[in-house]
Ligand binder design. Sequence first.
Ligand SMILES: *Cc1c(COP(=O)(O)O)cnc(C)c1O
Length: 212
Amino acid sequence: MERACARAHRDPASVRLLAVTKIFGPEVIREAFDAGLREFGENYVQEMERKAPVIAGLAGARFHLIGHLQSNKTKKAAQLFAAVDSLDSVKLATRLDAEGVPLDITIEVKLSDEEAKTGADPAALPEIVAAVRASRNLTLKGLMTVPPWSEDAEKSRPYFARLRDLAAGHSIPELSMGMSHDMEVAIEEGATWVRVGTALFGSRRPLLGLKP
Ligand SMILES: *Cc1c(COP(=O)(O)O)cnc(C)c1O
């Protein structure tokens, strides 16, 4: 992160690290906490529910939901997370707001035409932004995107630049973009959050199938 900040003439304090702990057990979160990390990303409401009792008491730790949220899980999500970084519809904004607890919100935007990807169509962004801003309990923080996976991090660059332009157009301050393989490019393009799992904790593959 420092190397990319230096290249981009950016203050390293302007980019934060979201430690993505999905699939890993709660002991990994505890270890990362002991090493000084405070912001964590989890993909699944149910997985977070299982980990929550074990990691209760990590003072100052904040958990972000970065995976797709189903609208029937907003109550649990609002209880378990301080931030939802994957909001992608007005319906979800309305439901989350109705849970009555303060939540930081990042809107996930889908900038590719991949079938499997979640995220809001850029055309729907204005109405989602308006819904979050008009809500009582939600605070709009940023935009998030996940470009199509490629070995070549440079392929992510146009997606990151597009997200930056969209955020600027709506005066949205934070940009959550860049994962282990393309975070340096993301920082060069203005990321204020990078979401990193593998580069911190190693491959998730051997853990798949094990209950976290
Ligand atoms: C898993 C995940 C990450 C972390 O990916 P790595 O390649 O392991 O760094 C980041 N963002 C989202 C949305 C994810 O699902």
